[in-house]
Structure formats: structure tokens, C-alpha cells
Design a protein around this ligand. Structure first.
Ligand code: PMV
Length: 357
């Protein structure tokens, strides 16, 4: 279709992995499957305006964060455009104005790549849908032959922006990476977790303690690459596979004790991989460990089902069932906030994924 211009807006949330993705092959193919909770309050809102340009040479776009021009975002988006060009043939024929904002502070140390890349991928999908009559290009994604094609391809594209971004489109649990126990799972895109989930996990809470807002010393791209030739890599990938198999029954039965063991072990294993790579590095801070110890003590004292997980950074995600909301918040306020930078934390809850605005 010959459309001159238009714009689309999507909001897309962040996600927190229960079983971690760490290590990838060419084209952002994960070495092991992962599963995450989709979040709700931590999200990115992105508007992409498009207007036809005179030539088809090179990519043309500008980026704004909170209405301010952000040229330092351009290289990442240029790389993303290059990777997805084959699947979105209209990219070179238009100029794009990308306007984005986050509901959480940009420098909070909360990764905005998952929410940001998924929101951008969804906007590009809406543009494609507007420009192309049929679903012809959807066939680029293997295994996509039904109504969820749009989401699947958007997840496929988001993966090429940032691996974990492909888990942010739907809720409330998403699996990425082919695994025999999860029907429909794929290395190419995230899929909504297809099986029964016990009511204990309904409205599961995630309070994110902001321990360190500084720039990461080691990017996740570098971290993933350090899994090549890592002495423990193969065992780690096997462990993630086994953990995901077991997670299916844990989620069904509502076995919170075993859930806690796997989730905390996954977080520590992720960081153990960083500490045992060459070169080695540590992303946790002293306060990360203080918080972990306090959580363990609180659990022991009270029988709470609270647990922690970590991303590739020092911040701590505190996970707990909804029925403990008031007691755990009280614990966080009285005992954990002291370890947060400027006392900052974000209350979030499992969410349902991205929305078109
Ligand atoms: O999506 P990336 O390439 O930034 O990788 C992030 C990986 C972790 O957040 C550390 C784990 C995960 O599965 O989300």
C-alpha cells in the first residue's frame, strides 16, 4: 500500500526471569530456555511516527527519550534495524521518529532493553500491518500460521533487539527457548506459558530494590559471550533445562518451597557464571548480599514464602505471594530500604504484557 505517513504507540513491560538466559549463539539464539514473569508497572511507552522518504538508501530515524533527542541510543537501534531489515522490507523506504519514555527512572539500573525493544518491535509490526495488505512477510517466522502471528513475529523481532525482550509481549509467564516439556516453545520467540498455574502465583509480587544505579561495568552482550568456552557452560545449560522441566510441576502444584529454591539458585548461578568466566567480574554489591541475608533470616523466622532473584546487576527483585503483601512491605520498609540507594524501590506485580495505545 502506498501510505505516506502515520504513527503507532505501544506500551510494553519489563520482565524478570525465574530461569535465566545467559549464553547465546549467533542471531540471538539462546543456549538454554528461560522463563519469566511479565511485570506490570515497569514499562516503556513508545510512539513510532513514519513518513515516506525519497530514496531507499540507508536507515533514517531520530530518537527521543522523554521528548529530548537521544543520539546515544542511535547505534543500538541502527544495529537492530540491520538485524530486522530482512523481515521488515519497508524499513529503508521511510523516515522514523521514535519517541520513548519509561515509567521507571532511566538511570535506575533497571534494564529498559526488554521493555524498550519489545515496544519498538510492536510499533514496527503495526506499521508493517498498515503498509502491507496481506500477512506475507509473517511467513518469515517459522511455525507461524495462525492468529498469534502478529505477536509471534513481534517477539521474534524483539529478540533480535535484546534477547530477553522477546519475553515481554505477553503475560503472565513466558517461555523462550525450545524445550521438550513446553509445547510450542521456540528459540526464535517467546511463547505464553501454556499449562496450568496454581492460584498461589496469582498477582505474585515483585518489589525491586534499587541497590546501585550506576552503569554496569560489563554489558550483558559481553557477559553472554563469555559463556563461549566457559568451563561450566555445558553443565549450566543442562541445569537450566532440568530446572524448566521441574518448574512445570512446581507451577501446577503451587510448591512455593521448591519454587524458592530454584529461583534463588538460578539467580546465584547467573552471578556464579560471571564470577567464573575469563575475564571474571562481579555485578553484586555489598548491599546485594546484605539484602539476601536479611531475606533468608526473615524467611527462617516467619515462614514467609519470600525469595529473591537478580538480573545482570546489583538490584534485588523480591518475589512473594500476594497474601503476604502488607507484611513483606513492612519488612522491606523497616529492614531493607536502608540498603537501597537513596532508599529507592519499585513495587511491581505480575502483568499481562504489551498494549497498543
Ligand atoms: O536480554 P539481554 O541480552 O540483556 O540478557 C539479559 C539476561 C538476564 O537478564 C541476565 C537474564 C534473563 O533471562 O533475563
Amino acid at each position: 500500500k502506498n501510505i505516506e505517513s502515520g504513527q503507532f504507540t505501544w506500551e510494553s513491560p519489563s520482565n524478570i526471569a525465574l530461569i535465566k538466559y545467559w549464553g547465546k549463539r549467533k542471531n540471538q539464539i539462546p543456549e538454554n530456555p528461560s522463563i519469566s514473569f511479565t511485570l506490570s508497572n515497569c514499562k516503556t511507552i513508545t510512539t513510532v511516527g513514519f513518513s515516506k522518504k525519497q530514496n531507499n538508501e540507508g536507515f533514517s530515524f531520530e530518537v527521543f527519550l522523554n521528548a529530548e533527542k537521544k543520539d546515544d541510543f542511535k547505534p543500538k537501534i541502527e544495529t537492530f534495524f540491520k538485524r530486522v531489515e530482512a523481515y521488515l522490507p519497508f524499513l529503508k523506504g521511510y523516515h522514523f521518529k521514535i519517541e520513548t519514555s519509561n515509567t521507571f527512572p532511566h538511570s535506575s539500573g533497571i534494564a529498559s532493553s526488554a521493555s524498550g525493544m519489545s515496544a519498538l518491535a510492536l510499533c514496527l509490526m503495526s506499521i508493517e500491518k498498515e503498509l502491507v495488505d496481506s500477512n506475507v512477510t509473517l511467513s518469515a517466522v517459522e511455525g507461524s500460521h495462525n492468529d498469534s502471528n502478529f505477536t509471534k513475529k513481534a517477539s521474534f523481532l524483539a529478540r533480535l533487539g535484546s534477547g530477553s525482550a522477546c519475553r515481554s509481549l505477553e503475560g503472565d509467564l513466558v517461555v523462550w527457548g525450545a524445550h521438550e516439556a513446553i509445547e510450542g516453545s521456540s528459540d526464535l520467540f517467546g511463547v505464553k506459558y501454556p499449562y496450568e498455574v496454581h492460584h498461589s502465583f496469582k498477582n505474585y509480587q515483585d518489589t525491586i530494590l534499587l541497590v546501585d544505579k550506576g552503569e554496569k561495568q560489563v554489558s550483558s552482550t559481553v557477559g553472554h559471550n563469555l559463556m563461549h568456552g566457559h568451563p561450566f557452560a555445558q553443565e549450566r545449560f543442562k541445569q537450566a533445562d532440568a530446572n524448566l522441566s521441574e518448574m512445570v510441576s512446581i507451577l501446577k502444584e503451587g510448591d512455593l518451597d521448591r519454587f524458592i529454591e530454584i529461583v534463588e539458585s538460578e539467580a546465584l548461578t547467573l552471578h556464579a557464571m560471571m564470577m567464573t568466566s575469563m575475564p571474571y567480574f562481579i555485578l553484586m554489591k555489598p548491599n546485594t548480599l546484605e539484602i539476601i541475608n536479611k531475606i533468608w533470616a526473615y524467611r527462617k523466622q516467619t515462614g514467609s514464602k519470600i525469595c529473591f532473584t537478580l538480573d545482570a546487576g546489583a538490584n534485588v527483585h523480591v518475589l512473594y505471594p500476594e497474601n503476604e503483601l502488607s507484611s513483606v512491605l513492612e519488612f522491606i520498609k523497616t529492614e531493607l530500604v536502608a540498603y537501597c540507594q537513596n532508599g529507592q524501590y519499585i513495587c511491581d506485580v505480575i502483568g499481562l504484557g504489551a498494549n497498543k495505545l
